[in-house]
Design a protein around this ligand. Structure first.
Ligand code: SF4
Length: 326
């Protein structure tokens, strides 16, 4: 059954567990959120939080252990290995490291013509060359790069080729999996600006996965924070940076760099992080953040809090905001 909604992507109670020699890794453990048409939804977390597992489950590389992935209201979670070409054309991904996501043995032309051929988007040889040249111009690369190989160009240029490859099929939804974290700061800004422009021009919806919370301030319309496979807090970006509620969000925000006094004034008081993120094989009972939390209460090591909505669109998973404590 197709449910009509302005959410382009909806994740419902998604779980992805892996069985390993050390035990069961609950990489994603019951998360829910949605991405609206034309928005950028930022999914932020430290390494090991499970954010990339979410991305790989959305594009069909992993089949969910439980829960649903709905695209335009249609459940696509079971279409992992056998995804239709139409869906593969609609949902694209830009990976973190273009050095490994682009095949070094293929020329830029071969890399960019592949999606055009797979999805029957070009009529003949001349049409393919024209389209590849258009894609290169779109990402501000010279058209003679068509003859180059990935090893002959810089890291930022490789990522521009990867973005051109993702957009070659005219998608509606693009997963951006840490698209700038492997790049120099100067190139990062250029790529981010480019992504913002493409979003407006082509009405793209982005799920932007990153460990860099500061990046989300000017890019995301809504932000979610992940910790050990669960979402701690979701809020519109404007509210999120002004009024962070979850102690983990406050800890992350208190340690980001800012460029203006106004931004500094908005930061929560510096919170010193206690310890490291625990192993996902050995998630602590109760609230998984309790071993590091400066606000820990007795209940926190016993009961896992549920998500509660504290204001419109602002939800948080913490006992500080549940009925028993407000
Ligand atoms: Fe801290 Fe308790 Fe809230 Fe977890 S539930 S974040 S331990 S106050």
């Amino acid at each position: 059954m197709i449910i009509l909604t302005n959410n382009i992507l909806t994740i419902e109670q998604l779980k992805k567990h892996f069985v390993t020699r050390q035990g069961i890794v609950k990489a994603v453990d019951g998360i829910s959120f949605s991405v609206k048409e034309g928005e950028t939804f930022g999914l932020v977390g430290e390494s090991g939080s499970g954010k990339s597992t979410v991305a790989y489950t959305v594009i069909g590389m992993y089949k969910p252990t439980k829960g649903k992935v709905l695209y335009r209201g249609k459940n696509i979670s079971q279409e992992s290995k056998k995804r239709s070409q139409a869906l593969k054309k609609e949902i694209r991904i830009v990976f973190q490291d273009p050095g490994t996501s682009l095949n070094p043995a293929r020329s830029i032309r071969q890399i960019l013509e592949l999606p055009l051929k797979i999805h029957n988007l070009s009529r003949n040889h001349k049409d393919i060359v024209n389209k590849i040249e258009e894609l290169l111009k779109m990402v501000q690369l010279p058209v003679d790069y068509i003859y180059k190989y990935p090893l002959m160009i810089g890291g930022g240029e490789k990522q521009m080729v990867a973005i051109a490859r993702a957009l070659a099929t005219n998608p509606s939804f693009v997963l951006l999996d840490e698209p700038t974290s492997a790049l120099d700061v100067s190139v990062q800004a250029k790529i981010i600006n480019m992504l913002i422009q493409f979003q407006k021009k082509f009405n793209l919806s982005y799920l932007f996965i990153t460990h860099d919370l500061s990046l989300m301030r000017n890019v995301a319309s809504r932000v979610a924070i992940m910790y050990l496979g669960k979402i701690c807090e979701i809020a519109p970006a404007s509210e999120f940076f002004k009024n962070p509620l979850h102690p983990y969000t406050q800890m992350l925000l208190s340690s980001i760099s800012v460029i203006s006094d106004e931004e500094e004034a908005l930061k929560p008081k510096k919170i010193i992080s206690k310890g490291e993120i625990p192993s996902p094989v050995n998630v602590p009972p109760g609230c998984s953040f309790h071993l590091r939390c400066p606000n820990k209460m007795d209940i926190c090591s016993r009961e896992d809090p549920v998500m509660v909505e504290v204001s419109k669109g602002h939800t948080v998973r913490c006992h500080l905001y549940t009925n028993t404590h407000v």
